[in-house]
Design a binder for this molecule. Structure first.
Ligand code: CO
Length: 134
């Protein structure tokens, strides 16, 4: 059902410092910081040959990653995003097997303008999983 690894998201306290680290130490191709107020994050996209890394800094008091950063002040891996061809079919299959989809179960439009859903980390080896329809 799942296809490519679309991205790995890492929450960081300072996205500019993290971008500098990825560029300076690892020679990675990094974007300028992109504020996404609707998602409560400022993102730097790190483009690798086979996938992307998204560095996320909380933006605004209601940021969905603020509590994560409080628990992990140095930052940490937040979620993995896998591509699926049909997100509603994926959701129905997973829910049918008893897997928990976060929120109201309806796909939201994610940071790339595509429908996304998140799966409960306790159902997936302790890892928050994002599914993105491509
Ligand atoms: Co993501």
């Amino acid at each position: 059902m799942i296809g490519r690894l679309n991205h790995v998201a890492i929450v960081v306290p300072d996205v500019k410092a993290a971008a500098k680290l990825y560029k300076g130490m690892l020679g990675a191709l990094v974007s300028e910081p992109v504020p996404l107020p609707a998602h409560g994050v400022t993102t730097v996209f790190v483009t690798l040959p086979n996938t992307k890394i998204e560095l996320l800094e909380p933006l605004g008091e209601k940021s969905p990653v603020r509590a994560f950063l409080e628990r992990n002040p140095a930052g940490g891996m937040h979620h993995l995003c896998y591509e699926v061809a049909d997100i509603l079919a994926a959701r129905d299959k997973l829910e049918g097997e008893g897997m928990r989809v976060l929120g109201d179960g309806e796909p939201a439009i994610g940071a790339h303008g595509k429908p996304v859903l998140f799966l409960h980390p306790k159902d997936f080896c302790g890892t928050l999983i994002e599914l993105e329809e491509v």
